[in-house]
Design a protein around this ligand. Structure first.
Ligand code: 3PG
Length: 213
C-alpha cells in the first residue's frame, strides 16, 4: 500500500479516463509512459472498465493502473481481479472502504466535508480524494476543511487543469491531483496519441516546476 502511495505522490498526477474501446488501451499506455506519467485511473463509468484495467496492466507492467468511480464492493472486487493496484471512489462508502482495507488495497474515498474526512480517518485511511474539488470551492475550501486533519493527505479531483494544478500541488497536504484533462475523449477517439503524450509532458513539467520552486 505504501509503495502505491509513494508512486502516486512522486508522480503528482493521476490521469483519469473512461474507456469506450479496448483497442485504445495499448497506445494510451505508451503515451502515458513516454510522456513520463506512468499512471492511470480507469473509471467504472463505462462497461469496459474491468477489461480496460486488465488490458492496460497486461500490456504495460510498468504502468500503475487503478480503478475509479468505484461505487460498490462488487466493483472493487472486479477491479482488483482485473489487476487494479488502487481504488478511487467519488464518495465515502463504508462497505467499499472496509473491503479495501481488509484486502490491503489502497483506497482513496471521496470526501467533501469534515464529516467525510473524519469518517475516513477513523477507519485508518490516510489519503482521501477531495471531490469535486473546484465545484466545492477549490484551494480555499480544501485549505479550510483540511485544517483540523494535519495527518491526512488529499487528492483533489474535479475541475483540475493545467491552470490550477500548481495551486493545488503547492499545498503540502496534497499528495497528487486527479483529472481527465490529460486523456481527453476527443483525442483518444481520434487516436491522437502524440497530442496526449505532449499534454502528459506539459503536466509533468508543471509538477516539476511547482515542486522545485
Ligand atoms: C472523476 O471521475 O474523478 C472526475 O469526474 C474527474 O473530473 P474532471 O473531469 O473535472 O477532471
Amino acid at each position: 500500500m505504501e509503495n502505491v502511495l509513494e508512486r502516486i505522490g512522486s508522480m503528482g498526477i493521476i490521469p483519469v479516463v473512461a474507456i469506450d474501446d479496448i483497442a485504445h488501451c495499448s497506445e494510451l499506455g505508451y503515451a502515458l509512459i513516454e510522456g513520463g506519467l506512468p499512471c492511470v485511473e480507469v473509471t467504472f463509468r463505462t462497461a469496459l472498465a474491468a477489461d480496460a484495467i486488465e488490458a492496460l496492466s497486461t500490456a504495460h507492467p510498468s504502468l500503475l493502473v487503478g480503478a475509479g468511480t468505484v461505487l460498490t464492493v462488487s466493483q472493487a472486487q472486479t477491479a482488483i481481479d482485473a489487476g487494479a493496484s488502487f481504488v478511487m471512489a467519488p464518495g465515502f462508502d463504508h462497505d467499499v472502504v472496509d473491503w479495501c482495507l481488509d484486502k490491503q488495497v489502497p483506497i482513496f474515498p471521496g470526501v467533501m466535508t469534515p464529516t467525510d474526512i473524519n469518517g475516513a480517518r477513523n477507519k485508518g485511511v490516510k489519503v482521501v480524494k477531495f471531490f469535486p474539488a473546484e465545484a466545492s470551492g477549490g484551494v480555499k475550501t480544501l485549505k479550510a476543511v483540511s485544517g483540523p486533519y494535519a495527518d491526512m493527505q488529499f487528492v483533489p479531483t474535479g475541475g483540475v487543469n493545467p491552470n490550477n494544478l500548481s495551486d493545488y500541488l503547492t499545498l503540502p497536504f496534497v499528495l497528487a491531483c486527479g483529472g481527465t484533462w490529460i486523456l481527453k475523449k476527443t483525442k483518444i477517439v481520434n487516436s491522437d496519441f502524440d497530442a496526449i503524450t505532449e499534454t502528459v509532458r506539459e503536466a509533468v513539467q508543471i509538477v516539476m516546476q511547482t515542486r522545485s520552486g
